[in-house]
Design a protein around this ligand. Structure first.
Ligand SMILES: O=C(O)CCC(=O)C(=O)O
Ligand SMILES: [Fe+2]
Length: 360
């Protein structure tokens, strides 16, 4: 696969008016073309302090002793801690697991985690829940705008993503990728290894928070080359206006399936950029990720959008590479069979990736 060092240019969208059809259109265009876009902090309820604090908790957790992290090690339901090299996102092309550690939080109930927390995080349960809640609110705005762009009822997606109506597959995830100079990465070989293997996300939409000076994310462009995604897009003058780097948003497999491949679930990965490898002072990369999923029991009925129908007609509903719109697309209902539920869609994606169903 060809590498490029030319960063991809993605739009930065202001979601402060989630009822503005023009913004909905801009959001839809980016989601259909790249599957990736940024939203700036306006219209999200995040303050600089919220984001800094989230990263602070993540750092505190990852630097705690392994014996403590073991208390919450990853479970078949995908909640908990996975250590260095435990996850392999692209097993076909990787000789070792990802050079990262991760901590996944599933749904909270009455502000309480439904999974064991390690001592480093137990005093912070309410704050972690609070962060996940603001992520969910931000996703509500984005899903409203996507519905507007698709010219369907504004609340078509949001009513189906409301965690107050039932369990969801949503996950808040802390990620830590040690720098190229750390002992954890001593065995790393350029061109053989990656920090996180190529993959697409499973859910509806994903939010990614990044820190300045900690690059690494690349996306597969429609031309088939890897392009770095800048942490802070635009000119230096624009960058100065952002209180924290804009939130990177991407479409996941489920929303792509639901829209018959109109919205793109774009493949991405995390690497050590060359500049990083040559830097005298490379940094660890920390990211905070929120994978937003519908309520488990949501039936993925065809999205009642003329724009989706036209796309289905044009393309047959399945993208040429066969990757997007996993399973043929929601518009291809088998007569006499009910639509897939969100939970079934997630299970089939996990099964396709891991060769087994993660949840018993
Ligand atoms: O940490 C990142 O930059 C990307 C993480 C990611 O793609 C994932 O966890 O699905
Ligand atoms: Fe991802």
């Amino acid at each position: 696969m060809a590498d490029t060092t030319v960063p991809i240019e993605l739009p930065v969208i202001d979601i402060s008016d989630p009822h503005d059809p023009a913004v909905g259109k801009a959001m839809l265009d980016a989601a259909a073309k790249y599957g990736f876009l940024y939203v700036n902090s306006k219209g999200t309820d995040f303050t600089v302090e919220d984001v800094d604090h989230g990263f602070g908790l993540s750092k505190k957790f990852f630097s705690s002793p392994a014996e403590e992290k073991q208390i919450c090690r990853i479970q078949p339901n995908n909640h908990g801690w996975s250590g260095m090299h435990i996850e392999t996102l692209d097993p076909e092309h990787q000789r070792t697991g990802d050079f990262k550690e991760a901590m996944n939080f599933g749904d909270f109930k009455d502000s309480k985690a439904q999974q064991p927390l390690p001592p480093s995080l137990t005093p912070h349960e309410a704050e972690i829940n609070g962060f996940a809640e603001i992520c969910n609110k931000t996703c509500t705005r984005i899903l409203t705008l996507l519905a507007l762009g698709l010219e369907i009822q504004e609340d078509f997606f949001t009513t189906r993503h409301d965690p107050n109506t039932g369990p969801t597959g949503s996950i808040l995830r802390y990620l830590w990728y040690p720098s190229i100079f750390s002992s954890e990465t001593a065995s790393y070989k350029h061109d053989k290894d990656v920090r996180a293997g190529a993959h697409s996300d499973y859910g509806s939409i994903t939010l990614l928070f990044q820190r300045p000076g900690q690059p690494g994310l690349e996306i597969l462009t429609p031309e088939g080359s890897w392009a770095p995604v800048p942490i802070v897009p635009g000119t230096a003058a624009e960058a100065e206006q952002y209180p924290f780097p804009p939130i990177l948003v991407n479409i996941g497999d489920l929303l792509s399936y639901w829209t018959d491949g109109l919205l793109k679930s774009t493949v991405h990965r995390v690497v050590f950029p060359l500049a990083e490898q040559q830097s005298p002072n490379p940094q660890d990369r920390y990211t905070l990720v929120y994978f937003c999923h519908p309520v488990n029991e949501t039936e993925l009925v065809p999205v009642p959008s003329a724009i989706v129908a036209a796309h289905r007609e044009r393309t047959g509903g399945v993208a040429a590479d066969g990757k997007v719109g996993f399973g043929g697309g929601a518009g291809h209902l088998v007569p006499g069979k009910r639509p897939l539920t969100a939970h079934e869609h997630l299970m089939s994606r996990l099964e396709a990736t891991y060769g087994f169903t993660k949840e018993e």
